[in-house]
Design a protein around this ligand. Structure first.
Ligand SMILES: Cc1cc2nc3c(=O)[nH]c(=O)nc-3n(C[C@H](O)[C@H](O)[C@H](O)COP(=O)(O)OP(=O)(O)OC[C@H]3O[C@@H](n4cnc5c(N)ncnc54)[C@H](O)[C@@H]3O)c2cc1C
Length: 484
């Protein structure tokens, strides 16, 4: 297994549960990749992901935790998110659909909000109900096709048609395209869940992404490393292991075994062998590790920097001067951020009941992230300018005062490339694009022999729920291919 991101940890745990011996090779000193937390100067910061859904019925994370018997200590958030508009209005993204529709009508006007959100919610329910039933999707061989056909029903065919239509089409259908504040709202919300704007996101993914807050949103005390650690512990207890600071540098396939050349800092090269290999790193990086010409097989499917995003991220530890009802905030900016041009930032605070993320009483921790488009062209820039603009924004919105900041740091795509080794430091997975239909997304079989892929560059894509599902799919395909 290459990498200890949520995708590969999912597949690893499911295989270990079947009695398989799994070795997870992780180049970093911490497990989890873009879902992890680290301690610095008395504060615990999130490395990437901050919001967590997936613990409701029919959802991949719940399925994984039930399968391996982990009772995750997570707190459901009373209010999943607040959106702060350019003109200073605060929109509460309530979980309850009726309450959310009232809020949307009060904010964007009554016209067709109810119909739009009821439709999106129906689509999202369909997507979640279907996700764990179609584990051969996208089909890449005849047996996958057979499996998909056996499990298909009329509802799937009917809803499947929405992958041909964009969210822009949907807004037009409900006569909402002229409603500029609503269009801005949808665009920025889609950017954090589907990594793209409404003209590029299909209705199936887009409606589900927009209804992210209408499902249980959870917080894990101590940070999301405490979602990752129980999975690592499970592996250790089940004849498997995670090897930190082990970088896979080359892969070949010899006599039915994968041979991995692995570098551990300051030590001689080591060789690991395995009959089955799962890569939990992006396809962009995976193809470069294979000695065989895997790159050719995926030509045309590998996205380039100009289609991808990295992140600018800030961690701030500050004195607590007030309490917050909500921990996740999307703030839409009056002016795009200097240097990177982002139109919104996302702020996540520690839960008020979680005192484990700050060493000193009466302090708080905030993680801020925003998109950096085409990271290859913006690997470094004047960080201070961006940091100052972010702090001014947080001050203006009443989250903190400059003089209350105890510690701050930030990271550019260069830091992401170092932390995760992901090409150009791109994160958040492959964005949704209209020209790529769900069945055209990269599937989990890599070479048709024993190598598989999971993570956020494969179907179904972005976020913890998506990568956990990709890990489940990889595991199911291995099981069927190998008759485990
Ligand atoms: C700033 C930010 C905010 C986000 N917010 C959210 C959110 O709020 N909610 C949500 O659900 N999702 C969020 N996401 C997305 C989510 O975190 C990721 O999609 C997900 O964690 C990716 O998991 P993965 O398994 O694909 O791979 P990764 O997390 O990228 O893991 C891959 C692992 O492989 C290791 N590795 C790479 N190359 C090698 C090698 N050669 N040898 C050995 N190891 C290697 C890396 O060090 C890494 O640990 C966010 C992402 C970012 C960056």
């Amino acid at each position: 297994m290459i990498g200890s991101g949520m995708g590969s940890l999912t597949a690893a745990c499911l295989l270990a549960k079947e009695g398989k011996k799994v070795g997870v090779l992780e180049q970093n000193w911490l497990a989890g990749g873009c879902t992890s937390s680290y301690w610095r100067k008395g504060f615990v910061f999130e490395s990437g992901a901050t919001t967590l859904v997936g613990l409701d019925d029919d959802m991949p994370l719940k399925h994984l935790l039930e399968e391996i018997g982990i009772d995750l200590q997570a707190v459901e958030l009373a209010l999943p998110m607040q959106v702060h508009t350019q003109n200073g209005k605060i929109i509460n993204r309530y979980k309850d659909l009726a309450q959310w529709i009232t809020e949307a009508e009060n904010t964007f006007g009554k016209k067709n909000q109810r119909e739009f959100w009821e439709f999106c919610y129906r689509v999202s329910k369909f997507v979640w109900e279907t996700s764990l039933k179609q584990t051969a999707f996208p089909p890449t061989n005849f047996s996958d096709l057979l499996f998909c056909a056996k499990n298909v029903n009329l509802k799937q065919l009917r809803y499947g048609g929405y992958s041909f239509f964009s969210m822009k089409w949907l807004l037009k259908k409900y006569d909402l395209l002229e409603n500029k504040p609503f269009v801005d709202f949808v665009n920025e919300q889609l950017l954090i869940t589907a990594q793209n704007h409404l003209s590029e996101v299909n209705v199936l993914f887009g409606a589900t992404a927009l209804c992210y807050t209408n499902y249980g949103n959870y917080y894990v005390n101590g940070g999301l490393i405490n979602l990752v650690n129980p999975l690592v512990d499970f592996l250790k207890k089940n004849q498997s292991d995670v090897f930190l600071r082990h970088t896979v540098e080359k892969i070949s396939h010899e006599n039915g075994m994968y041979v991995l050349k692995v570098r551990q800092k300051g030590k001689d090269e080591q060789i690991f062998t395995a009959p089955i290999l799962i890569s939990g790193i992006p396809i962009n990086n995976t193809v470069e590790l294979f000695e065989s010409d895997l790159k050719k097989d995926f030509e045309g499917n590998i996205m380039e920097s100009k289609q991808l995003n990295s992140a600018f991220q800030m961690g701030i530890g500050f004195r607590k001067t007030k309490s917050f009802d909500c921990i996740h905030h999307q703030i839409h900016l009056q002016e795009p951020l200097p240097e990177i041009g982002a139109a919104s930032i996302f702020l996540s605070l520690n839960h008020s009941e979680d005192h484990s993320r700050c060493d000193t009483p009466n302090t708080m921790v905030g993680s801020i992230s925003t998109h950096v488009r085409n990271p290859k062209e913006k690997m470094t820039f004047d960080k201070e300018k961006v940091e100052n603009a972010i702090i001014d924004t947080l001050e203006r919105h009443g989250f903190l005062k400059k003089e209350d900041i105890i510690y701050q740091h930030s990271s550019t795509p260069t830091a992401w490339e170092k932390w995760t080794r992901r090409k150009h430091g791109f994160v958040g997975g492959y964005p949704q694009y209209m020209h790529i239909k769900p069945w055209q997304m990269i599937g989990s079989r890599l070479d048709g022999q024993g190598a598989y892929l999971c993570g956020d560059t494969t179907y179904p894509g972005q976020g913890i729920p998506g990568v956990v599902l990709s890990g489940i799919i990889a595991y199911q395909k291995i099981k069927r291919d190998r008759k485990l």
